[in-house]
Structures are given as structure tokens and as C-alpha cells.
Design a protein around this ligand. Structure first.
Ligand SMILES: [Cu+2]
Length: 189
């Protein structure tokens, strides 16, 4: 009995370093894909975009998730300015593609944000997913949370459709700059 357990311990010791050296990536990507992940993004207004000056910017603007995984998107916005939705973008006042049909704004479930109270949107057209982000209280932040499950593999561009950028339509500057008001969501198997 004694000898056997010593042998087992030796085997565990011998294999353990191999697993550890096998890289954290291998474990997270295949064997142990978590069923639920949270992506936290912030909207900051302190960024200086070359050629455009101060512009609002998403942090953690590109990320990778798995098809079928439950993904919680948490957006903390420090932007207290409105960029009212207009024209064909008016539909993005509505929350779309979330597991409950709603998002929470400061903990309260809502199905939409009124157009004049929109500051930004986080919209992944290719996944039918939209989170309108309301104006933050002056000097404070607002936290908006929604959950969805990506159902197809691919690389999807997300956009903000509130005219928060530069130019006569507000659609230039940060709006057209990757990792500012647009970025990529990768959905892998
Ligand atoms: Cu924006």
C-alpha cells in the first residue's frame, strides 16, 4: 500500500511540470473554455487623437470570444456629453440581441435609451447586437451591462453609431478610427 502511493505521487510530480509548461493558452482555448466570460470596456474622453484633438475612446476595443459562450459586456462610460442618434441610426436607441432583450443602466433593466440621451452605442451589426450608452452624470460614470451568446464564427466589426466624432456630421475622427469608436470582435470555435 505504502509503496503504491509513493509511486503514484512520483507520477503526478513527473507530469505536473509538463502540464504547467504546456501554456495557459492551451488550457483556456480548448480543454477548459469557460462557459461565461465578461468583457469590460471603458469609454474615456481624455484621449488625444492625432489630427483631431480630444476624442472619446473605447478601451479594450477588440476581443476574442467563443461561439456558444455566454458573453457579458460591461461598459463603463465617463462621457457626460450627448451625441443624439439621427436618421438611419435611430434604430440603435433600442437594445438588440441580448439574452433578456434588455441591458442594465446603473443596475436598472432598460430596453432602450431615448435618442437625445445617447452618448455612444456599442453595435456589432454582424451579430445583431446593440447597446445604447446613455450620457454619464457630470463628473461621474455610468455602467451599462448586457449579455449575449455569439452564434457564429467570424471577425465582426463593431461601431458606435452616435455622431460623437468630428466633421459636419460628427462621423469622422474617432468614429472612423480603429480602437476608438470602432474595433473588432473575433468569435472562434
Ligand atoms: Cu461614440
Amino acid at each position: 500500500m505504502k509503496a503504491r502511493s509513493i509511486k503514484l505521487a512520483a507520477v503526478v510530480l513527473a507530469t505536473a511540470p509538463v502540464v504547467a509548461a504546456g501554456a495557459v493558452n492551451t488550457v483556456t482555448a480548448s480543454a477548459a473554455t469557460p462557459s461565461h466570460v465578461t468583457e469590460v470596456m471603458k469609454i474615456l474622453t481624455t484621449g488625444k487623437l492625432a489630427g483631431s484633438g480630444e476624442q472619446p475612446k473605447f478601451t479594450n476595443s477588440s476581443w476574442t470570444v467563443h461561439k456558444g459562450q455566454t458573453v457579458t459586456v460591461k461598459i463603463v462610460s465617463f462621457d457626460d456629453g450627448a451625441a443624439a442618434l439621427m436618421g438611419k441610426y435611430m434604430k440603435y436607441t433600442k437594445v438588440m440581441g441580448t439574452s433578456t432583450g434588455k441591458e442594465t443602466v446603473a443596475g436598472k433593466p432598460v430596453g432602450m435609451v431615448s435618442d437625445i440621451n445617447v452618448s455612444h452605442t456599442f453595435t456589432v451589426v454582424g451579430l445583431g447586437f446593440n447597446m445604447p450608452i446613455p450620457v454619464a452624470p457630470t463628473g461621474k460614470s455610468v455602467t451599462v451591462v448586457a449579455t449575449f451568446t455569439p452564434n457564429k464564427v467570424g471577425t465582426f466589426t463593431w461601431n458606435c453609431f452616435a455622431p460623437c466624432g468630428t466633421g459636419s456630421t460628427g462621423m469622422s475622427g474617432a468614429m472612423k478610427t480603429n480602437d476608438w469608436m470602432t474595433g473588432k470582435i473575433k468569435v472562434v470555435k
